[in-house]
Design a protein around this ligand. Structure first.
Ligand code: GLA
Length: 399
């Protein structure tokens, strides 16, 4: 029996995915590694508010990336994606552009860490996972988080979790071209089991709310579409919010972002902006308020009220923010009529991906069956449905 096999068999607590990644690392690089587990996320409410300095209510979930990492005594990063079956190499002091999408996140995270004045040495990584790609569950933030937690563990830069989240966000901005907010990276690095996190995206202060109702499940329905528009329209929405801000700032210079704007002010200056910019801003103001209200619902354990706000959020995203699409609207419409359904909305950036649904546990089976059937009938596509658990943020796995 080889050393590798001995090590694997001793790690009886590993999940199948962890074993697979651990083994692949040994096969490729013939030595041990540490393992990082890094989750995807859901967002219960508060969509497109993060880059407006607003509030969001995400949670980490039990769909994860597992990443094996180890220093290599070289001046290179050697990376392997198990799911894509692709390798990439970078010279650590001369990071080149990669045409492999997944590799941009690794190179980007390293480059952004270097910009902060840190000096990662050479390392090898192997990763894979079960977060569906393009489903709006933030597999990219999970990869960024995994690489950052991995580098921190190997080299001890002393980065806090919030600093890592900002570095992850800059990775998206500067190396992927998506001007995203901080939500996905933050929850990936701060999530806790059975808790949703209300984040103030300006101060990065947060409050955790227990989400432990055994009788209510978070059910994700994957539309299985990801329209090309997603990234470009995302940046357009951001620019439209900034446009609205510029106009309002003339009257109230102390305003830093839409977060500081009251509805009255927006209404007063409605005619000075295009109708589209007005609707975008109105949606953001309303959605921010919904996050506060939804948290009060949680405090009162009032999931019926919470669910209603999810529907309102979807309406705002569909009509005013215009980031939904036919497939997501169909999923929400079918869900609306199902017994045991408390709330349903599109989730994440939009133009595809998943809807998030709160469903009474005893109705989950009939809910999933009906959604599958009706979605197929109406859209001609199969949906994929995930009943998720709220899990912890990115962490080094103890072995
Ligand atoms: C994407 C971005 C986030 C956030 C959501 C919309 O997931 O990465 O920063 O803006 O869209 O709420």
């Amino acid at each position: 029996m080889s050393t590798a096999e001995v090590n694997i068999s001793q790690n009886f607590k590993m999940t199948k995915l962890e074993k697979k990644i651990h083994k692949q690392f040994i096969t490729k690089f013939e030595r041990e590694s540490i393992l990082i587990q890094s989750p995807g996320r859901v967002n219960l409410i508060g969509e497109h508010t993060d880059y407006n300095d607003g509030f969001v209510l995400p949670a980490a979930i039990d769909k994860t990336i597992v990443l094996a990492i180890s220093p290599n005594n070289l001046t290179k990063i050697r990376a392997y994606s198990v799911d894509m079956e692709e390798s990439e190499e970078f010279e650590i002091d001369n990071l080149h552009e990669s045409n492999k999408h997944w590799a941009k996140y690794i190179k980007g995270a390293v480059s952004e860490v270097q910009k902060e004045g840190h000096h990662p040495r050479g390392f090898d990584v192997v990763f894979g996972g079960d977060i569906p790609i393009g489903a709006g569950l933030s597999s990219s933030a999970a990869l960024e988080g995994a690489v950052l937690v991995g580098m921190e563990e190997l080299f001890g830069f002393g980065l806090s979790r919030s600093e890592m989240a900002k570095i992850g966000q800059r990775t998206e901005h500067n190396h992927v071209g998506v001007k995203c907010g901080i939500m996905d990276q933050f929850i990936n690095l701060h999530g806790q089991e059975n808790k949703v996190l209300k984040l103030d995206c300006r101060s990065l202060d947060y409050e955790l709310f227990p989400f432990e109702r055994d009788d209510i499940k978070i059910v994700l329905c994957n539309s299985k579409v990801s329209h090309n528009l997603a990234d470009s329209e995302y940046n357009v929405r951001r620019a439209q919010c900034e446009k609205g801000m510029e106009i309002l700032k003339k009257y109230k210079p102390e305003i830093q972002n839409l977060r500081d704007v009251h509805m009255e002010l927006l209404q007063v200056h409605k005619d000075e902006m295009s109708e589209v910019v007005f609707r975008r801003c109105k949606y953001v103001l309303e959605e921010n308020q919904r996050v506060h209200d939804a948290c009060n619902d949680l405090k009162k354990n009032d999931f019926e009220a919470f669910g209603k706000r999810m529907f309102q959020s979807h309406e705002g995203l569909r009509q005013d923010y215009e980031v939904s699409c036919k497939e997501l609207d169909v999923l929400v419409d079918i869900a609306r009529d199902q017994p045991g359904l408390l709330g349903s909305r599109m989730m994440g950036g939009g133009f595809g991906g998943c809807t998030i649904n709160l469903v009474e546990e005893e109705q989950v089976d009939s809910f999933t069956e009906t959604i599958r059937k009706k979605y197929k009938d109406k859209v001609g596509k199969e949906t994929e449905i995930y009943v998720t658990q709220i899990s912890s943020g990115a962490k080094v796995l103890e072995r």
